[in-house]
Write a protein that binds this ligand. Structure first.
Ligand code: ADE
Ligand code: ZN
Length: 334
């Protein structure tokens, strides 16, 4: 099964580029920028990755991204990630970034987006790995800040496919961002939002009804609400599920209790993703290996997860059909 997963063509649709910041690279970049990290060593930093809920992680995640300053920093971060997932047979990625986590420190929007984009262009050429960029609004900040960010992004719209919503979910419902998502929709962005990671099923309904999302990031708590599950199945709204993230952030107690298998068997369009792999103990294939070991999904469900990832991607029909054909060719021989 390990070899089957390793060779399986797949797409990653839920990945925060700032969450791919490995401690070794963080120390290197901090040193070249003359910044002192509040940890004595790479090992000491890794030891701090012990979370009991989302907020514990977010505090460390925002601290980590503070060392990113130059276009080269953003390029190096993104290029390191792309090399890892290319080896995992990831054929298409949709990368989140948190502009407010950078512009609030005085880093220019252009610096961030150009560094990320340059790495994505190189991966397209060297690996035939396609990509899209999605900017997320930080939901612990107010809507006016998100609107300012949307305005700042206008100049770079040709580089950004969609907008999303992330950060502290509890107490920050989707409806807090009604206006900014309406503006983003009018401007032609794709729309996604984190919902149902820690928040109630109602936040998923709000994301669908008010923000008009095309995909739900996470969506775990939907499983508590039968009519919501039925709706997600009927509308085939993709869920970008993140198993190792859920384990590390105590959304599930252990992976044997992860809802992924049930999601698939109930007809939900679930996909597997790594979320913040440097913090959660694994990239794409590590997530596949872990759920296969815990839930015995079998080749058919694993193949469905890969198919769902291509179906749910924000890519043109030509590329989508090419990737689905690549998957079919692989499955015919595997
Ligand atoms: N930002 C980065 N990772 C996140 C997650 N899993 N949930 C909410 N916000 C995030
Ligand atoms: Zn996420």
């Amino acid at each position: 099964m390990k070899a089957f997963i390793e060779g399986l063509p797949k797409a990653e649709l839920h990945l925060h580029i700032e969450g791919t910041f490995e401690p070794e690279l963080m120390f290197d970049i901090a040193a070249r920028n003359g910044i002192q990290l509040p940890y004595a060593s790479v090992e000491a930093l890794r030891k701090a990755y012990d979370f009991s809920e989302l907020q514990d992680f977010l505090d460390i995640y925002y601290q980590g991204m503070n060392v990113l300053l130059t276009e080269q920093d953003y390029f190096d971060l993104t290029w390191a990630y792309l090399n890892k997932v290319n080896a995992d047979k990831v054929r298409h990625v949709e990368i989140f970034f948190d502009p407010q986590g950078h512009t609030s420190r005085g880093v220019k929007f252009a610096t961030v987006i150009h560094g990320i984009h340059r790495a994505l262009q190189r991966a397209q050429i060297e690996f035939d790995l396609s990509s899209k960029v999605i900017m997320c609004f930080l939901r612990h900040l107010d809507e006016a800040d998100a609107i300012n960010t949307l305005e700042e992004a206008a100049e770079f719209k040709h580089l950004i496919a969609g907008v999303g919503l992330d950060s502290s979910e509890r107490g920050n419902p989707p409806k807090k961002f009604t206006r900014v998502f309406e503006l983003a929709r009018q401007q032609g962005y794709h729309i996604v939002a984190h919902a149902g990671e820690e928040g109630p099923p109602d936040y998923i309904n709000q994301a669908l009804d008010i923000l008009k999302v095309e995909r739900i990031d996470h969506g775990n708590t939907a499983m508590r609400d039968t009519s919501l599950v039925e709706r997600l199945v009927a509308e085939q709204i993709p869920l970008t599920v993140c198993p190792l993230s859920n384990l590390k952030l105590c959304v599930v107690e252990n992976l044997n209790q992860h809802p992924l298998r049930e999601m698939l068997d109930r007809g939900l369009c679930a996909t597997i993703n790594s979320d913040d792999p440097a913090y959660f103990g694994g990239y794409m294939n590590d997530n596949f290996f872990a759920v296969e070991a815990a839930l015995s999904l079998g080749k058919q469900r694993l193949a469905k997860l890969a198919r769902n990832s291509f179906e749910a991607a924000f890519i043109g029909e030509t590329r989508k059909q090419a990737l689905l054909a690549e998957l079919d060719t692989y499955l015919a021989s595997a």
